[in-house]
Design a protein around this ligand. Structure first.
Ligand SMILES: Nc1ncnc2c1ncn2[C@@H]1O[C@H](COP(=O)(O)OP(=O)(O)OP(=O)(O)O)[C@@H](O)[C@H]1O
Length: 625
């Protein structure tokens, strides 16, 4: 990953997002919780402009808020001027009428200011939250479309932190910063104009230290940005580690490795703490800079005004009004400085968010992709070569086989041989590196993903159960299925019996990943789900591995008529489940080494025969024992 950094920076972040994954993949490297992700050197102004694009739908609200905020600025500018009139004109004149009128004016200004303030706070928060919601929605929907390879290339905790924490971090900047800063720029200029109109010499003296402040902010921003980038990386690493630890907690407890897990956690946490402290220390340096300059300026105004230096000859009223202006001049400067600070902090998070949004799914419909017509089920693998990473190890090497509609094909072979990879290519979760895969003579890359996957039913090794109840989980296969259809599918796969034994039958609540169900029960539910979807091509990847032999026999009977007329691919280590298959392919090291029916393969006395023998011997020994 590091080797690619220089060229990535040169290309700018837009391309960087795209190239980072690819370069990582080319180098065959994947990110882990121990590694920081690469970050761009410079703040990308496009990222900032993109936040603006999230404001677009709320333009009317923003205009209303801006009007309110500008009213507030005008009041803030008027008050020192009213003070000047009070001191220089009204008090010396002793006119009670003018004094009362000015007093009422002051009071009205303060009431209007407070009302505006309340409105502004609520309206800005609402717009900010809507923008965050939109951004989170975009991230979530985009992540749902990303290919498996994206999730292979980094810990899931690092993806999670972008959608939740990083977006939250933008909250302040979006909800108050962005709109307030526009008002602050406005206040800054009208204050400056008011100051020039009252006394241009004193105004110039007030600005004498301003360039110094700009230099101070610019010097600091580089270090500050680096510090916040480092912090975002460390937070991401910690999140990835916590996520992994929770997923692996059963293994940790089984092997009593809590101590080791804790030590790694402490190490990760320590890195977050130290990078946080450094970032905050740098941020704190910005504040005294602005604060000191503003204090020195005010002292200077008093000194110049009182001593009449530098050609400055002013009345007491002007001097007091000027100090008031100096405050309301420095306030927006401080606010703009703070906003800049926030922006630097946010840019570290924004680049991660937009990088995710910029990842173009490698597996996507090509321009002009057609709908795959209703399929009959002819499948051809034509000299397929496949590597998970470009330039990486060949996982499949010239795999060539042809399946007729309605046939049941079994893939067997040692672990890691490439069986799952074959069926993943068929559903186009990855694209072949060389060769082609066709369904009914349509190349899977030429048709839309939606029309392809909608006609395929895939049941993977690790069955996923969503939070909800059993019925909803089965309905996932066909969202408009009736209760009767759901129960029929469950009966066909012999899931109905165990479901009826659950406390609330089909309404029994199940938790994320189905942790309250046994592995076999989870597989039966997934089986019913996939059968309900009624796909033309069925893929069962170790789908019966956790089902006990008795249930499996019953299940086989139920399945037989469902498999009829469907092209099916069955991967099973337990050979008894695939004996009836029309074709059995024995895969080893990414190649088909034998194929034929069960009887033909036994007669060949090759790898399949040896595997069968070893399983048979194991069963016989177990029964004998
Ligand atoms: N996402 C991935 N990225 C990189 N390599 C992978 C990935 N998934 C699998 N592999 C590698 O590809 C090879 C084939 O894996 P595959 O899962 O297809 O094997 P399999 O025959 O299904 O094994 P098993 O019977 O154990 O499920 C293995 O060497 C594995 O390490």
């Amino acid at each position: 990953m590091r080797a690619g950094t220089a060229s990535m920076r040169a290309q700018g972040r837009g391309q960087q997002a795209k190239s980072q994954g690819q370069q990582q993949a080319q180098a065959g490297q994947r990110n882990t919780f121990r590694e920081d992700e690469d970050l761009a050197e410079q703040i990308n102004l496009k990222d900032i402009a993109r936040i603006g694009s999230y404001l677009k739908p709320y333009v009317k609200d923003v205009v209303r808020i801006l009007l309110v905020v500008i009213t507030m600025s005008c009041i803030a500018v008027a008050i020192p001027y009213l003070t000047k009139i009070m001191i220089d004109t009204v008090i010396p004149s002793g006119s009670m009428g003018q004094l009362t009128a000015l007093g009422v004016g002051f009071f009205a200004a303060i009431v209007v200011y407070e009302l505006c303030h309340r409105y502004r706070t609520v309206a800005i928060t609402r717009v900010g939250q809507e923008m965050l919601k939109d951004m989170r929605r975009d991230l979530f929907t985009h992540i749902q479309t990303l290919p498996f390879s994206y999730f292979d290339s980094r810990p899931h905790g690092k993806i999670l932190i972008r959608v939740v924490n990083y977006v939250n971090t933008l909250s302040d900047t979006l909800s108050s910063g962005l709109i307030n800063v526009i008002a602050d720029v406005f206040t800054f200029f009208i204050t400056l104009i008011a100051m020039f109109l009252i006394d241009w010499r004193l105004t110039l003296w007030s600005l004498i230290l301003f360039p110094l402040l700009v230099v101070w902010v610019l010097v600091l921003q580089h270090f500050q940005r680096r510090a916040y980038q480092r912090l975002s990386n460390k937070q991401s690493n910690l999140n990835a580690y916590i996520h992994e630890s929770i997923a692996g907690v059963k293994t940790t407890q089984t092997f009593v490795r809590e101590g080791e897990q804790f030590a790694t956690f402490q190490e990760q946490q320590g890195q977050v703490r130290s990078s946080w402290m450094r970032a905050v220390r740098l941020q704190m340096l910005m504040w005294p800079g602005v604060q000191n300059v503003s204090t020195i300026t005010i002292a200077l105004i008093y000194y110049m005004g009182i001593m009449g230096l530098g050609g400055v000859q002013v009345s007491t009223g002007v001097l007091i009004a000027f100090v008031g202006y100096a405050n309301s001049f420095w306030n927006p400067v401080i606010n703009i400085g703070n906003f800049y600070n926030q922006l630097i902090t946010c840019s570290a998070y924004l680049e991660r968010i937009f990088e995710t949004l910029d990842v173009r799914p490698e597996i996507a419909d090509k321009p002009g992709a057609t709908q795959l017509p209703p399929i009959k089920g002819k499948v051809d693998f034509n000299d397929v070569v496949f590597r998970y990473e470009p330039g990486g190890r060949e996982i499949l090497n010239l795999v060539d086989f042809h399946v007729q509609p309605g046939q049941t094909v079994a893939l067997v072979g040692p672990t890691g041989a490439g069986k799952t990879t074959i069926v993943n290519l068929l559903s186009r979760f990855y694209d072949v590196s060389e060769g082609s895969i066709t369904i009914d003579d349509h190349d899977v890359r030429d048709v839309t993903l939606e029309s392809l996957r909608r006609q395929m039913g895939v049941m993977l090794q690790d069955t996923f159960i969503f939070t909800g109840n059993v019925r909803e989980n089965i309905r996932y296969g066909k969202l408009d299925a009736s209760d009767q259809e759901i129960e029929e599918a469950a009966k066909a796969v012999h899931a109905h019996e165990f479901i009826m034994d659950l406390p609330d039958g089909y309404e029994t609540r199940v938790e994320e990943r189905g942790s309250t169900l046994s592995a076999g029960q989870r597989q039966l539910i997934a089986f019913a789900r996939v059968l309900l979807a009624d796909p033309r091509i069925l893929i069962l990847d170790e789908a019966t591995s956790a089902i006990d032999t008795r249930t499996e026999e019953a299940l086989q009977a139920g399945l037989r008529h469902l498999l009829k007329g469907r092209t099916s691919f069955v991967i099973a280590h337990r050979l008894s489940t695939i004996e009836g298959a029309d074709q059995i392919y024995y895969i080893d090291h990414g190649q088909i080494v034998e194929h034929g029916s069960h009887e033909q393969l036994l007669a060949q006395k090759g790898a399949y025969y040896r595997l069968y023998e070893s399983q048979y011997t194991m069963i016989r020994d177990a029964n004998g024992a």
